[in-house]
Design a protein around this ligand. Structure first.
Ligand SMILES: Nc1ncnc2c1ncn2[C@@H]1O[C@H](COP(=O)(O)OP(=O)(O)O)[C@@H](O)[C@H]1O
Ligand SMILES: CC(=O)N[C@@H](CCC(=O)OP(=O)(O)O)C(=O)O
Length: 265
């Protein structure tokens, strides 16, 4: 196990949340008990899409970002800060862990401004500041913070923030060394001699090249962009892993080579 009192950020994607086995949450509880402090930022894209469909509200993505009108924003907040956040809290508590749910709106935790192409995507935000003292306070109380990626600005306007982007910003502002991105694929994959393989590590340059060539696309793009942004600061490495791998979190914390590591080079 990694050194006591080490804090790491874990981003948990909507693609994998429902399928995470009980053993994932047991692992999380053991990590917490060992004194390593997880900070969770979660997504929930598929659940948002399901709820919008049920309500008959159309939705579309522009370069991986959901076009967010006022009615879409209502559903995004309801699903992320409501049902998904509380489902994660219940699962952690059922496994004996201690968790406290927050959205980025609470205590002005995630402050945001409109993204540059807001004329295209509507109420989508970029993070301007993270009130890390709130996260640190929750950790001091002995709870793992579980954060829904809704942002807010000085006027009280809410924003829909991509969960990878929010997690990267939380990691940067907290100054943690490691961010673990839990998703539904075993890492960044690349075709090598006709066979798809997981890349054990990848540099910023290789990522840019793979985006250009179309080998990295869709939901992987905000992940690698967030990773690139945070490894320019204090964060030393971002690891992308599959949540269905047994004890994936403690294996990463123990230094096992699993998934794809994005490192400064
Ligand atoms: N090079 C790549 N290697 C692995 N997955 C990739 C790659 N490029 C794109 N993807 C896609 O990214 C998806 C993960 O992103 P996403 O569905 O948004 O997950 P999450 O909900 O965890 O954020 C994978 O399921 C896969 O379809
Ligand atoms: C702006 C934007 O696209 N926001 C995302 C927020 C949720 C998210 O990012 O969830 P995943 O991690 O499961 O993809 C959305 O509305 O789907």
């Amino acid at each position: 196990m990694a050194a006591a009192n080490q804090t790491f950020v874990m981003k948990c994607g909507g693609s994998t949340l429902a399928a995470l086995p009980d053993s994932f949450f047991e692992d999380l509880k053991q990590i917490q008990e060992s004194g390593v402090q997880p900070v969770i930022v979660h997504g929930g894209g598929p659940a948002i899409s399901d709820n919008l469909a049920k309500l008959g509200i159309e939705t579309e993505f522009v370069n991986g970002l959901r076009k967010t009108t006022e009615p879409v924003l209502d559903v995004v907040e309801m699903v992320l800060a409501g049902s998904i956040n509380k489902e994660i809290i219940r699962k952690i508590q059922s496994s004996g862990g201690k968790a406290l749910g927050l959205s980025g709106v609470d205590g002005l935790l995630i402050q945001a401004k409109p993204v540059v192409n807001s004329d295209e995507v509507g109420w989508v935000g970029d993070v301007t500041y993270v009130e890390s003292s709130i996260v640190e306070g929750v950790l001091r109380l002995g709870y793992m913070p579980v954060i829904a990626p809704i942002g807010i600005d000085a006027s009280g306007q809410r924003y829909n923030i991509n969960a990878d982007t929010a997690a990267g910003a939380v990691a940067s502002h907290l100054g943690v060394q490691r961010m673990i991105v839990v998703t539904d694929v075993p890492g960044i994959m690349k075709k090598v001699q006709g066979e798809k393989r997981v890349l054990p590590s990848v540099s910023v340059q290789e990522i840019e090249h793979m985006i250009e060539s179309g080998e990295i696309y869709g939901g992987m793009i905000p992940k690698v962009r967030a990773a690139i942004n945070c490894i320019q600061g204090n964060v030393q490495e971002v690891v992308i892993v599959d949540g269905s791998e047994p004890q994936v979190l403690s294996r990463v914390l123990n230094g096992e080579r699993i998934g794809t590591k994005i490192v400064r080079m």
